[in-house]
Design a protein around this ligand. Sequence first.
Ligand code: PMH
Length: 385
Amino acid sequence: MEEQGFFYRDTWAEVDLDRIKNNVKEITGHLSEEVEFIAVVKANAYGHGDLQVAEAAMEAGASMLAVAFMDEALALRKKGITAPILVLGASRPGDVNIAAEEGIILTVFQKEWLEKAQDALQKDATLLLHIKVDTGMGRIGIRSVEELKAVEGLIEEDPRLDFHGIYTHYATADELDDTYFNRQLSLFREMLSGLNHQPSVVHSSNSAAALMHPDARFNAVRIGIVMYGLAPSMEIAPELPVELQEAFTLHSRIVHVKKLEKGEKVSYGATYEAPEEIWVGTLPIGYADGWIRRLQGQEVLVDGKRSPIIGRICMDQCMVRLPYEVPVGTIATLIGCQEQESISINEIANKLETINYEVPCIISSRVPRLYRQNGKVVDLNNSLL
Ligand code: PMH
């Protein structure tokens, strides 16, 4: 592990950009050349770091980025990203001039939204738009051919508006039963056939659909979770035609080591009692870092050995039962590999009874991210300070 120059705390996440690039290349290998790769980097690139992932993805073959909110798109622009960025979520109609100035593509999801946006848009502005069609996700989007035609008409009549793309989103692409998926796909095709002109970018697939349903790729796909090296669901994991590499790992260093006698207690509530003489290490990570209290009992790796978290997890610290006495400063790996052992994001998701998507997202911004690039750990944060 390298020197860590820009933070003063022995807990950090490491994001392997080589792995992200390999994943992008592995996925594009399964797409035909005319299919654009839209890298989904919302929520700070699923907790991995928006700028670093965006740059890695673009270098590996992505041609466009997608985020949830305008704030995320503007943050990327501020950090120097010039690639096309699509905002997938609902933006406020009053904010359209900022999007136009920054060349950010917004989503039209309702006729009323578009009318308000037109009212707010300056005379000489150019606003890029993708129309979102709701074919069964029930979140945002246009739900009828009539409304779609009306929206297309408004865009075509307004010289300030550029109809750049159209898309939908699947609710069940990560399930093996494709009944509902097929219903959404045929509804999307029906909606497309109601258009006067097809825009240049037509997309419907997230990771699961892009890899499991080649017929639904149109000319672009929106890839999130598999780019980070994770399967969209455990159900389809064995069926995925790609080799993925997990990019996110989490580490800490033991800051205090002590021996407890049988019967001595650990942490709030004094709920853990040493069953015999044991060695205990304290880690400077806690629930405020996203290492939430439900992870009590979860193991971490110390010296390549699984060591359970004992007692309650505190806001900033937690304790582990060590396999034996180890020096202060020993690395504890909470997600990742040590020697022959590894703890995957899926193991943490299982323990939390949630999906793998949630795990890197909830590791809070208090945890610094280091980046592995060309096999070396580099500090890509300093340049941003
Ligand atoms: N497109 C849209 C509209 C999305 O909301 C998402 C992910 C993706 C593409 C990428 O999906 P993938 O990571 O499975 O490839 N959205 C979410 C979400 O709202 N909750 O979990 C994932």
